[in-house]
Design a protein around this ligand. Sequence first.
Ligand SMILES: NC(=O)c1ccc[n+]([C@@H]2O[C@H](COP(=O)([O-])OP(=O)(O)OC[C@H]3O[C@@H](n4cnc5c(N)ncnc54)[C@H](OP(=O)(O)O)[C@@H]3O)[C@@H](O)[C@H]2O)c1
Length: 257
Amino acid sequence: MESNLFDLSGKTALVTGGSRGIGYAIAEAFARQGANVALVARTARQVMEAANSIERRTGRRTWSFVFNLENCDGAEVLFGKVAEETGGIDILVNCAGTTVRGPSEDIDLKDWQRVQDVNLKSAFALSQAFCRGRKQSGAGGSIINIGSLACQGARPTIAAYSASKGGLLMLTKTLAVEWAKYGITVNAIGPGYIETELTAPLLADADFNEWVLSKTPLKRWGRPGDLVGTAILLASKAGQFITGQIVYVDGGWLALL
Ligand SMILES: NC(=O)c1ccc[n+]([C@@H]2O[C@H](COP(=O)([O-])OP(=O)(O)OC[C@H]3O[C@@H](n4cnc5c(N)ncnc54)[C@H](OP(=O)(O)O)[C@@H]3O)[C@@H](O)[C@H]2O)c1
């Protein structure tokens, strides 16, 4: 058995939403395993600082790109630019995500569409661009989509988010079976409730916090660092025969009756 199954040296990863939260943790972990990393987000200063911080801490090469993934039609051009500047992308992590909360009957269709565009359509557009490049080079590769407990179960007031994440799971399976012939693995990670900026309003809500703890056998919120082991597995040689799967990293949430 090889001793360096989790090594990512010589690889370059593109992580959308890599400027903070879960995306940042995954990007930094990949760099610690030897990968160079490119980050995409909207806020220029934050994404640049994130890239600099990873470079300082790990000594790997990093790049930052400012892009709004609501602009799905521009995703292919973005990917081309990233691939050109970095010399090619071996691992794509579709992590950028957004939500809108409220009673389903009151959700504005523009907000619904924004959530689909960022969480699902852009992930597809970037995956298409990634596949075209990998198909040409014959080098294979890994796509990791960041799903959610909403890939599996429903909760009131997050219809747009749930629809996008449910779609992302079926997209993961479809691309896995379709692109296996190119040596591309496609998987998803389903985080439980993780402490980040996205969930800050939920964590601050005492009733919601109590509900989360009551549903989580490990009795705490997750941290972004809890997800990085699974991401490394799915991006590395250790996971090369895993495709079309979602791995829930949820403190036991979905196992509880
Ligand atoms: N936290 C949780 O409990 C949890 C649970 C399950 C799944 N997830 C999923 O995990 C992923 C990351 O969530 P997180 O909690 O780490 O969120 P976060 O802390 O809010 O980070 C979101 C990241 O996505 C970027 N982003 C948001 N909208 C974007 C857009 N339109 N274009 C480009 N980049 C955009 C953000 O940067 P800018 O704002 O600068 O663009 C940031 O880098 C999401 O897909 C989320 O659905 C999170």
